[in-house]
Design a protein around this ligand. Structure first.
Ligand SMILES: [Zn+2]
Length: 426
C-alpha cells in the first residue's frame, strides 16, 4: 500500500496534469470519431419481428391446439432421442381425413419437413398455415384445382413443422445466423449419400456434416419416419438462397451437377414446371439443386430420400430469400420482414403445396416406390433392433465403421437375426 502511494506521487510532476488533460481530450475525440464512423458504416441488424413470427413455443402450442380442435383430421406425435448426451425432440402432425382409413396403402403419402435450418423462421410459419388450411380453419387465398376435396380424401400427409428445434432455440436467443442443430451440425449434410465430401468452398461453420452419417438424433428420427411411412412425395422446405436466386423448386441431385435419368426424373421436372407456371408466376429456378445453385451439397436429405429411401418424388423448395440483405443480416436475408411480403409468401406457397398434392394424386397410378411395403417394414424393424449396436460400433471405431447407408449390410444383418430367431423357435 505504501509503495503504491509513493509510485503515484512520483508520476505527479508539474507537467502531468497537462499530459493527462491532453490524453483525456485525445481519448474523447477518438471515441467520437470511432462511434461516428461506426454509425456511418455499420448496417443495423434486423431483429426477429415478433408481430409477424411466432416464437418456437408459441408455434408448437398453436399447432397442438389446432390438432386438438380437429381430432377427426389431425393427430400428433412427439419423437425424441439422444446421442452422447445431446437430446432432440420432434413433433410430427399427421393429416388424414378418414381416420379409419389412414393405413390404406392406396392413399398418396406425403412427407413435409420445415425448419431444418434454425434461422429460416418463415418455413415454420408456412407449416402452420398449411395445417390450418388442412383443418379448414383457414382457406387458400388463390385459385386451386377444383378436385381438391377429392384429392384430400385420398392422401395422408405427415408434417414436421420444426425439424431443428434446438437450432431454433439458439436463433431465438440471439444467434440469428445459426442454421445448424444444437451442437453445431448442419442437418442437411448429415445424411448418407456422398456424406462428408467437402468442396473447395466448404464452410465448416455452415456445413459441418457431423461425425458420421446419421450422427444426429434429428436425422435419425427423420430417417425412421421416412422408413416407416414410405412417402411417395418428400419436400424439404428452406429459405434464404444465396446469389440472386430467391425462389427455387429443386429435385435431385444436390451432390451432382445433374438430374437423375429416366421417367421418374422427367415426372418430377414436369410437376415442378407446372407448379412454377400455375402457382408461382414462373419466378422459381427449376432443376437439380447441384446444377442450379452454383455449388454441390453432400449428405443432403433429398438425395437420400431419392437414392436410398426410393421416394419417387423428392424435392427441396426454397420459398423466400432477400438477395439485397447484408450477409450478416440473417433475419432479413432468410425471412420476409414486412407483413405484405410475409402474407404473400404464405399465400403463394400454400397454394403451391395444395397444387402439388393434386398433381401428385393425378400421378399416383404411376408412382411405384421401389421399397414396397413388406421389404421396407423388415428394414425398419431390423433398423430399430440394431440401432444401439450400430451406435456403439460407430463410437468405438469412428466414422470408418459407419455403414448405415449400405443396404447390403442391413439386409445381411436382417438375415442373420431372422435365422437366429428362427433357430429359437425351433
Ligand atoms: Zn436452409
Amino acid at each position: 500500500m505504501g509503495l503504491f502511494r509513493r509510485r503515484r506521487r512520483l508520476y505527479l510532476t508539474p507537467i502531468s496534469p497537462l499530459v493527462l488533460l491532453c490524453g483525456v481530450v485525445l481519448i474523447v475525440m477518438c471515441s467520437l470519431f470511432v462511434n461516428g464512423n461506426t454509425n456511418a458504416t455499420q448496417i443495423p441488424l434486423t431483429p426477429i419481428n415478433h408481430h409477424l413470427y411466432h416464437t418456437r413455443g408459441a408455434l408448437l402450442e398453436e399447432i397442438e391446439a389446432l390438432v386438438h380442435r380437429h381430432p377427426s383430421k389431425l393427430s400428433m406425435e412427439t419423437f425424441s432421442t439422444q446421442n452422447k448426451g445431446y437430446h432432440a425432440e420432434m413433433t410430427v402432425v399427421t393429416y388424414c381425413r378418414n381416420r379409419k382409413a389412414c393405413d390404406d396403402k392406396s392413399k398418396l403419402r406425403i412427407l413435409l419437413s420445415f425448419g431444418q435450418h434454425g434461422r429460416e423462421l418463415i418455413t415454420t410459419e408456412l407449416a402452420l398455415r398449411i395445417l390450418s388450411i388442412l383443418s379448414e380453419e383457414e382457406f387458400l387465398s388463390s385459385a386451386y384445382p377444383l378436385n381438391l376435396n377429392n384429392t384430400l380424401d385420398r392422401l395422408v400427409i405427415k408434417v414436421i413443422p420444426m425439424e431443428n428445434v434446438n437450432g431454433r432455440k439458439l436463433v431465438e436467443s440471439g444467434d440469428l445466423c445459426e442454421r445448424r442443430n444444437g451442437r453445431g451440425v448442419d442437418l442437411n449434410r448429415n445424411w448418407s449419400v456422398d456424406w462428408g465430401k467437402k468442396e473447395k468452398d466448404y464452410d465448416p461453420y455452415e456445413e459441418n456434416p457431423g461425425s458420421g452419417p446419421f450422427s444426429e438424433p434429428e436425422t435419425q428420427i427423420m430417417r425412421k419416419l421416412c422408413a416407416s411411412f414410405e412417402p411417395h412425395i418428400w419436400v424439404n422446405v428452406h429459405s434464404g438462397m444465396e446469389a440472386s436466386i430467391t425462389f427455387a423448386l429443386f429435385m435431385p441431385y444436390d451432390h451432382k451437377d445433374m438430374t437423375p435419368d429416366g421417367l421418374p426424373s422427367q415426372r418430377m421436372r414436369l410437376i415442378l414446371e407446372k407448379l412454377n407456371r400455375f402457382q408461382l408466376k414462373d419466378r422459381c429456378l427449376v432443376g437439380s439443386g447441384g446444377g442450379s445453385v452454383g455449388y454441390l451439397a453432400h449428405g443432403t436429405a433429398t438425395d437420400y430420400m431419392y437414392d436410398i429411401a426410393r421416394v419417387p418424388m423428392s424435392f427441396t423448395f426454397e420459398i423466400y430469400g432477400d438477395s439485397t440483405a447484408s450477409s450478416k443480416d440473417c433475419f432479413k436475408m432468410f425471412n420476409p420482414i414486412d407483413i405484405t411480403t410475409f402474407n404473400r409468401v404464405l399465400n403463394d406457397w400454400s397454394a403451391a403445396f395444395f397444387t402439388l398434392f393434386s398433381l401428385g394424386r393425378v400421378q399416383m397410378k404411376e408412382l411405384h416406390p421401389n421399397a414396397t411395403g413388406s421389404s421396407f417394414e423388415k428394414w425398419v424393424s431390423i433398423d430399430d433392433y440394431l440401432n444401439g449396436y450400430l451406435m456403439e460400433r460407430k463410437s468405438r471405431y469412428g466414422k470408418k465403421m459407419e455403414n448405415l447407408k449400405e443396404w447390403p449390410a442391413n439386409c445381411f444383418c436382417y438375415v442373420l437375426v431372422k435365422v437366429f430367431f428362427a433357430a429359437l423357435e425351433i
